[in-house]
Design a binder for this molecule. Structure first.
Ligand code: NDP
Ligand code: 8X3
Length: 258
């Protein structure tokens, strides 16, 4: 992955799961990383691990809630040189909350999913694009989901948010062909991270049940694909990738052993 050496990569949601795994794999490939999420203590431990294993890599961490457009703008404008020119953005921060049917959705669940997964992703993309346009290059990688391809019971808002990520990806790619900025969407299926624990409000038993009888993908599996997409030749764009657990056919169909 020599192409990633010395590149500056901004990852949202780098405090756990797929974002954290991306941080290690980009660092291993010699890229500098700017790591953001709300939990600063978790980011500090990711930073220490990177500094221990890849001491030459530059790491900048910043607590950031992507739901605040002003916080996003000030973070992007305060990244210290030489990390301030972002070559690759991994728009990964996101979450699902509950599996409530539409009739019992709470305002706060609707707002938090849409504000994080859709509006937050737009705020970060907009802020980073300014520099990419000035420099005439860049790569934006969106963490979509197979949930964006088809709605399932209890997934209305989450599926809508990932459907929006798909639409934003397509529009952005069409808008930035002249820069040119590369735009990639990765749509994973079942990945075991903190995702289900967060979805079920900390209920570990319900979270574990999601992965019962099937081997889910790991965060590292998805990070490998992110790094693969990010490290292609400048003439080539990995535009769209669907990743499934082996034994899974869609968000609602998986083969499970007894
Ligand atoms: P995790 O829960 O492990 O990670 C989610 C990350 O998002 C955390 O780092 C969290 O950090 C961050 N985050 C959540 N809300 C905010 C916010 N308001 N501002 C900033 N950061 C935020 O789950 P995953 O790694 O699985 O999820 C990463 C992405 O992958 C999400 O977009 C998810 O929708 C997507 N995805 C996940 C799949 C799965 O099965 N796991 C499948 C398909 C897609 P913090 O809490 O510190 O803010
Ligand atoms: C997460 C995958 O199938 O739980 O994006 O919606 S699913």
């Amino acid at each position: 992955f020599g192409r990633l050496l010395g590149k500056n990569v901004l990852i949202t949601g780098a405090s756990s799961g797929i974002g954290e795994a991306c941080a290690y794999q980009f660092a291993a490939a010699g890229a500098n990383v700017i790591l953001t999420a709300r939990r600063g203590d978790k980011l500090a431990s990711v930073q220490s691990k990177i500094q221990e294993s890849w001491p030459k890599v530059l790491v900048h961490t910043a607590s950031l809630d992507v739901r605040s457009s002003s916080a996003v703008d000030s973070l992007i404008s305060s990244i210290p040189s030489p990390l301030s020119s972002i070559d690759i953005l991994v728009n990964n921060a996101g979450l699902a909350l509950g599996v409530d049917p539409v009739s019992s959705l709470t305002d706060s669940a609707i707002d938090q999913m849409l504000d994080t997964n859709v509006k937050g992703l737009l705020y970060v993309t907009r802020a980073v694009l300014r520099g990419m346009k000035q420099r005439g290059s860049g790569h934006i990688i969106m963490m979509g989901s197979i949930a964006g391809l088809v709605g399932y019971p209890g997934g209305s808002v989450y599926c809508a948010s990932k459907g929006a990520v798909r639409a934003i990806t397509e529009a952005l790619r069409a808008e930035t062909i002249g820069v040119p900025v590369k735009v990639t969407e990765i749509k994973p299926g079942m990945v075991e991270t903190e995702f289900s624990v967060v979805r079920f409000g900390g209920d570990q038993e319900r979270a574990d049940a999601v992965y019962k009888g099937i081997e889910p993908m790991t965060a590292e599996d998805v990070a490998e694909t992110v790094v693969f997409a990010a490290s292609r030749h400048p003439r080539c764009v990995v535009a769209d990738v669907v990743m499934l657990a082996n034994g899974q056919a869609s968000a609602t169909l998986a083969h499970r052993s007894e």
